[in-house]
Design a protein around this ligand. Sequence first.
Ligand code: FRU
Length: 495
Amino acid sequence: MEWSREERYQRMEDVSEASIVKLAKKTSEGPYRQTFHIQPNTGLLNDPNGFSYYNGQYHLFYQWFPLGPVHGVKYWYHVASDNLVDWQDLGIAMAPDTTYDSHGVFSGTGFVENDQLHLFYTGNTRTPDWTRIPYQCHAVMGHDNQIKKDAEPLISDSPAGYTDNFRDPKVLKQGPRYYCIIGAETSDHQGAIAYYVSDDLTNWTYQQAIQLKGNIPTENQGFMWECPDYFELAGQGILLFSPQGMAPEGDKYHNIFQSGYLIGEPLDFATGEFEVTERFNELDRGFDFYAPQTMTDPQGRQLLVGWLGLPGVDCVTDEFGWAHCLTIPRELSLQNGQLYQRPVPELAALRGKEVTKAMTLDNETVVVEDFTARTYELKVAFNDIKGTRVGLAFRQGAEEVTIFYYDLVAKKLVFDRSQSGKSVTDEYGTIRRCDFSEETLTIQLFMDESSVEIFVNDGLEVFTARIYSQLDQNQVAFFADGQASVIATQWEISN
Ligand code: FRU
């Protein structure tokens, strides 16, 4: 169904309570509702926002259009957690109710200072002729979780040299000063990250765009870099962003938009230079991942949550009035120059009934009859691998199967959702691959009702995707074209 502009810009406050209740009923009674992922009660969820630790809790917000599975006027929705596992529903955090965010409270970050949670976000506005005017705005949240927006934006005029695609502020502190990086499109349609400096979080001065130095390509870098983030790990700088407009290259960049990072020397905000040592790399190799956001928690961990979805694509759940969810929280680390993502250990609290199975495969496929869970965590180690291919099949039955394997000849990991069930965005392909040439293969897989996140070799590679399979397609099987010893544990996750 096509939504008119009027429908997409209708605010929740302007529709009847009864129509929202009806929509919520349709959503909750429909199939594919997740068990342990953050998902909207109605409507469309997109980017994680304001991920932070404040007043003894993790706080997470997300972009939300309440009235249906489309990108309409966006709100910030708020959830909070003591343990990154159980999330308390705190309802709407910010509605598009001021002159400066009339067409959407767009993405942004949380930053704790002076015992307050400062929220920085883009107020999206449109003139009557639909010209976009973005404002960079600020609000504060106190211990009572009440949010108060400033009366005026922090930044009203985008600097010269950029289009109206100027949004998604991320605030960080370096030494005594605060910096705000902003995702941008330059006037000549190149993706960029602009930055501002401040001494008080209120008065911000534009500096320039971050200057990438080093041996980096100039072609195919995208026209707009959304949702920038910057942090340091193991003495290196990591610049994360989500470029729109990159064309596929080999196995890479097959989703509508990309999400990835550059590794370099720590960013020098005095000169704006970022000396790149590792070229742009995808953060996730799967089908449904975008606009991730990180935070540093009290234990010093760099935690990441992403949107388990993408812009501009239809979702199988559209007909039930909702779309998308967030990924599980992941901890980032830099080892041997490579960025690892691991599910946070707190997720072990979800583990229910446990079944372990060991086997030796010799040119065969073995279905593990004892693995009967529908939603679960699965840990698998393949050892003593010989031959051309080892892997597993899951959400398998007479009609459907999802396959993940290591092709030892091509030296690639392969994820195939071509027979996973209800098809989704097939126009972007049904198989994802990435280079891989390790001796052993370990997999930690989180299977929720309609998504899977596959962490390979302790988070060296990750594949994230939605999967919409029938209720009776729950087998797990292991296979080898050659030989391998396998030990696997499945923990049921139920709610
Ligand atoms: C990324 C994005 C952001 C924007 C938000 C609007 O998915 O387009 O750039 O702030 O979504 O919902």
